[in-house]
Design a protein around this ligand. Structure first.
Ligand code: ATP
Length: 361
C-alpha cells in the first residue's frame, strides 16, 4: 500500500528547530497539503520524507517500511519541484521515457507507458517537441507526467504551480487533482497558497513554527478552525478577530467589543464562558451583515475604504481602532465615511479562549 507516515519528525539546524515533532499519516490515494507561512518548516518536512534531508529525530515510514536510513532513490518516490528540471536537449517523449530506462523495460513497453501518461496529461500533440518550445503549462504537465510514469510508491510536490500564471494555476489544480485521484498513491503537496490547498487536498495540515496546528479536511479547517492562528490564516478576506470581554450572561452573552456592548445568543456555550474573562470573537467578512438600524447583536462601525472585487465589494471599517472587513454584494451602495450597523449572527461566530483555543458553540 502506498502510504506515508511520520512520527515525531524533527529537524534542527544548530539552535533553530525548523520542524518540531511532526506526526503525519497519509493514506493510499490521499492528498495531504502542508500549508503555512514562509519559514514554517513545510519544505524541510517534505525533504525529510524524500530523504534529501536527514531527520534529527523521529521516523519516516513509506509503504509501511521505515526509510530513515534509505537514500532518496531507494525510497522510490516521485518529486515535482517548483523548478521542473526537464532535460532541454531531449524531446517530451524522451523526457518521459528517461525514468523508465533504469527499469529494464523493452522499447515497446516504454513507448506504451509514455503514450498512456501523455494521454492522461494531454501531451500527445507535443511529444516530439523540445522543452524550450513548450508553453509554461505544458512544461509543468511534462514534469508531472514524468513523475507518474514510473509508478512510484508515493508523490511529493513542492510548490508545483507557483511559477504559473493565475489562469493556468486554476486549470492545473483541477488536472493534477484528477490525475492523482486515479492513482491511489499517498501524496504530500507543499504550498503557501491556501486556495491551492483548499481545492487540491483531501486533508490540510496547517503548520506554524515547525509544528502542526491542525490537520483536517478543507471544510473542517474552514468551518472549525482549531485556534486563532488557523482562523486568521485560512479564508480570504481574512476572518475578523475581535478581542472582547464577556460582561455577563443571562440568557444572552454580552460582550464588550470595540468599545460597544454586543449581545449574542450563545445559550449552548454557557458552561464554558465566564464573565470578566477575555475572548476572541471571530467572524468572517461574509458573515457580517449591514442592518438598516442598530440591534442588540449589532456592532456600529464607520466605513474607511470601499474596495470593489467584481461580484462583491470589500468594505474596510473602523470601530474603536479595530479594523473590520465586510463583504457585501456589489449592488449594495456604501460610501466612505458612512456609519453601518453590522449584524453578528451567533451561528456564524467562532469563539476562542485566552489561550487561543477554539470554544465550540
Ligand atoms: P518557504 O515557504 O519560504 O519555503 P517553508 O515553510 O518551506 O518556507 P523551510 O524551507 O522548511 O520553510 O524552512 C524552515 C526554517 O528552517 C526556516 O527558518 C529556514 O530558514 C530554516 N532552514 C531551512 N533549511 C536550512 C538549512 N539548510 N540550514 C539552516 N536553516 C535552514
Amino acid at each position: 500500500m502506498s502510504t506515508i507516515e511520520t512520527s515525531n519528525l524533527t529537524k534542527r539546524f544548530g539552535d533553530l528547530t525548523a520542524v518540531d515533532g511532526v506526526d503525519l499519516d497519509v493514506a493510499a490515494g490521499e492528498v495531504l497539503c502542508l500549508l503555512g507561512p514562509s519559514g514554517c518548516g513545510k519544505t524541510t518536512t517534505l525533504r525529510m520524507i524524500a530523504g534529501l534531508e536527514n531527520a534529527t529525530d523521529g521516523d519516516v515510514h513509506i509503504a509501511g517500511r521505515r526509510v530513515n536510513d534509505l537514500s532518496p532513490a531507494e525510497r522510490d518516490i516521485a518529486m515535482v519541484f517548483q523548478f521542473y528540471a526537464l532535460y532541454p536537449s531531449l524531446t517530451v517523449a524522451e523526457n518521459l521515457a528517461f525514468p523508465l530506462h533504469a527499469e529494464k523495460m523493452t522499447k515497446a513497453e516504454i513507448d506504451a507507458r509514455v503514450a498512456v501518461v501523455a494521454g492522461k496529461l494531454a501531451l500527445g500533440d507535443v511529444l516530439h517537441r523540445l522543452p524550450n518550445h513548450l508553453a509554461e503549462g505544458e512544461k509543468q504537465r511534462v514534469a508531472v507526467a514524468r513523475s507518474i510514469v514510473r509508478d512510484p510508491n508515493c508523490f511529493l510536490f513542492d510548490e508545483p504551480l507557483s511559477r504559473l500564471d493565475v489562469e493556468l494555476r486554476m486549470a492545473m489544480r483541477g488536472q493534477i487533482k484528477e490525475i492523482l485521484s486515479e492513482l491511489s498513491k499517498a501524496t504530500v503537496i507543499v504550498t503557501h497558497d491556501q486556495l491551492e490547498a483548499l481545492t487540491m487536498a483531501d486533508r490540510i495540515a496547517v503548520m506554524r513554527d515547525g509544528r502542526i496546528e491542525q490537520i483536517a479536511t478543507p471544510h473542517d479547517i474552514f468551518a472549525h478552525p482549531k485556534n486563532v492562528f488557523v482562523a486568521g490564516f485560512i479564508g480570504t478576506p481574512q476572518m475578523n478577530l475581535l478581542e472582547g470581554q464577556l460582561l455577563r450572561q443571562n440568557g444572552q452573552a454580552s460582550f464588550a467589543l470595540a468599545g460597544q456592548e454586543v449581545s449574542l445568543e450563545l445559550h449552548d456555550a454557557h458552561d464554558r464562558l465566564h464573565a470578566g474573562e477575555s475572548y476572541t470573537v471571530g467572524i468572517r467578512p461574509r458573515g457580517l451583515e449591514p442592518l438598516s438600524e442598530a440591534a442588540p447583536g449589532s456592532l456600529a462601525a464607520t466605513v474607511d475604504l470601499v474596495e470593489p472585487m467584481g461580484a462583491e465589494t470589500l468594505l474596510h471599517l473602523q470601530a474603536d481602532d479595530q479594523d473590520i472587513r465586510v463583504v457585501v454584494d456589489r449592488h449594495r451602495v456604501v460610501r466612505e465615511g458612512e456609519r453601518l450597523h453590522l449584524g453578528l449572527a451567533a451561528d456564524k461566530l467562532h469563539l476562542f479562549g485566552q489561550n487561543g483555543g477554539r470554544i465550540e458553540l
